[in-house]
Design a protein around this ligand. Structure first.
Ligand SMILES: [Ca+2]
Ligand SMILES: [Ca+2]
Length: 384
C-alpha cells in the first residue's frame, strides 16, 4: 500500500490519459509467417463475427481524425508536431495519398473541417487553413483564429469539432491530475465562432475530454471524460456524459463518477449538485474519441450506438483499456456497453503494442481508428 502510494506520488503530474508512453515493444505471440503482422499484429484484434480490420494508413502519432466532404482524412499529432492529410483515391480501402499540411506546431491534436477550411487546435491556439483542398501539396500560411486558450501542457492538447450550431467546440482540460482552478476556463468545454469571436463556456466540471459527438436525433452533445488518478485501481470511473443543457457542471474536482466525493475537494460541494455520467467506464481505461454510428455498413443494431476508443491505463497494477467499446443506446439513453474490438494489449505480458485514440465514420459506413502508439490508422468493415 505504501509502495503504491509512493509510485502514485512519483507520477503525480501525469493523468488518466497518459503523458507517458510504454517504451517496450511486444516480442512474443507474433505470427512470423505474416510480415505485416510483425508490424501491427492485426491478426490479434478480436472483433464480432463479420467484422474485419486492416491498415488504412501509416501516420506517425496519429491522433484526432476529421473527414472532409471530398473524402480526405485529416490527422492531428499530440507528441508529434505535424498535421497530415490522407486519402484513398481508388476506393480500395487503403490510403494512397499522404500530405504533410503543417509541421512545427505545438501539440496539434485537434482537427476539424468546415466549408472548405481546416481548423487545427494547438495547446493555446486555433489555426485555420483556408481552402486547404486546392493546395494540399503547398498549404502555405495559416490564420490564427484564436490565441488565448491557456498555455499549460498538462491536459492542454485538444479535441475539436463543429456542432450542429456551426460553432467550434473546444475543451480546456484541468491543468493537473486533480486540482481546483480559480479561472473558470479550466475543466470546461467552450465554443467559439469560426472567426474566434464570442467564446462561451458550455459545460463545466470536466477533467479532460478528448472526444465528443452530437446525438444524431436529439442533437445533444455527448463527451468522454477521464477520471483522476491516485485513488486506486478501480475508482473513480471514466465517463461518458450527456450535456442536456448548456452550463451544466459534471462534478470535477469535487465529485467523480456521480457519487464519489473527492478526498481533497469533496467536502466543499455535494455530488447531488452535479450532472451524473450517462455511462461509467472502468477506471483508468481512458476513453478518448467517440462517434455515434449512423452508417449503413454495420448491422442495423449498431445504428445510434456509440463506438468509443479507450487509450488504455498508465498507472493501474494490471493494464486495462487499449480497445474499442460499443455503448448501446435505447433511443436517446444508454442501455449497456460491451467490448467491440480488443487485442492491442497483451494481458499476459502486460504490454500494449497499440493505443486507440479516435474513431471516424466514413461515408461508406466503414470505421477508421487512429493509433498513436503503432502510428497507424485502421479501417474496420463489416461484410454480411
Ligand atoms: Ca487506395
Ligand atoms: Ca464527472
Amino acid at each position: 500500500m505504501i509502495l503504491r502510494y509512493l509510485v502514485a506520488v512519483l507520477f503525480l503530474l501525469v493523468a488518466c490519459d497518459s503523458l507517458k508512453e510504454s517504451g517496450t515493444e511486444l516480442n512474443d505471440d507474433i505470427n512470423n509467417d505474416n510480415p505485416e503482422s510483425e508490424v501491427v499484429g492485426l491478426e490479434r484484434i478480436n472483433l464480432p463475427d463479420g467484422f474485419e480490420i486492416s491498415v488504412f494508413a501509416d501516420v506517425e502519432n496519429a491522433r484526432s481524425l476529421a473527414l472532409s466532404p471530398s473524402g480526405i482524412v485529416y490527422v492531428g499529432n499530440r507528441t508529434g508536431n505535424k498535421v497530415y492529410a490522407v486519402k484513398d483515391t481508388d476506393g480500395d480501402g487503403k490510403a494512397d495519398e499522404k500530405y504533410t499540411i503543417a509541421e512545427g506546431l505545438n501539440s496539434p491534436n485537434g482537427v476539424a473541417f468546415k466549408d472548405g477550411d481546416l481548423y487545427v487546435a494547438e495547446i493555446s491556439r486555433i489555426l485555420k487553413f483556408e481552402g486547404i483542398e486546392s493546395m494540399l501539396n503547398n498549404p502555405g500560411d495559416y490564420k490564427v483564429v484564436y490565441d488565448d486558450y491557456p498555455t499549460e501542457g498538462h491536459h492542454g492538447w485538444k479535441y475539436i469539432a463543429f456542432g450542429p450550431d456551426g460553432k467550434l467546440y473546444v475543451p480546456v482540460g484541468a491543468p493537473c491530475n486533480i486540482c481546483k482552478s480559480e479561472d473558470p476556463i479550466y475543466a470546461s468545454i467552450t465554443r467559439i465562432n469560426t472567426d474566434g469571436s464570442d467564446l462561451e463556456i458550455v459545460a463545466e466540471g470536466i477533467r479532460n475530454t478528448v472526444g465528443f459527438d452530437w446525438h444524431p436525433e436529439t442533437k445533444e452533445l455527448w463527451f468522454t471524460d477521464n477520471g483522476r488518478d491516485m485513488m486506486g485501481d478501480d475508482i473513480p470511473p471514466c465517463e461518458l456524459n450527456r450535456l442536456a443543457q448548456n452550463g451544466q457542471h459534471f462534478g470535477y474536482p469535487y465529485c467523480h463518477g456521480g457519487d464519489i466525493a473527492d478526498p481533497e475537494f469533496g467536502s466543499e460541494r455535494h455530488c447531488n449538485e452535479f450532472k451524473k455520467p450517462a455511462w461509467k467506464f472502468a477506471a483508468h481505461t481512458a476513453p478518448l474519441g467517440m462517434k455515434f454510428y449512423t452508417g449503413g455498413m454495420f448491422p442495423d443494431s449498431y445504428k445510434g450506438d456509440v463506438i468509443v476508443a479507450q487509450h488504455g491505463s498508465w498507472n493501474r497494477s494490471s493494464k486495462i483499456g487499449y480497445r474499442l467499446m460499443r455503448v448501446k443506446f435505447n433511443g436517446s439513453g444508454v442501455e449497456g456497453a460491451e467490448v467491440f474490438a480488443d487485442g492491442w494489449l497483451n494481458e499476459r505480458a502486460q504490454e500494449a503494442w497499440g493505443r486507440p485514440v479516435d474513431v471516424l465514420q466514413m461515408t461508406d459506413g466503414s470505421l477508421l481508428v487512429s493509433d498513436d502508439k503503432a502510428g497507424k490508422i485502421y479501417r474496420i468493415i463489416y461484410e454480411k
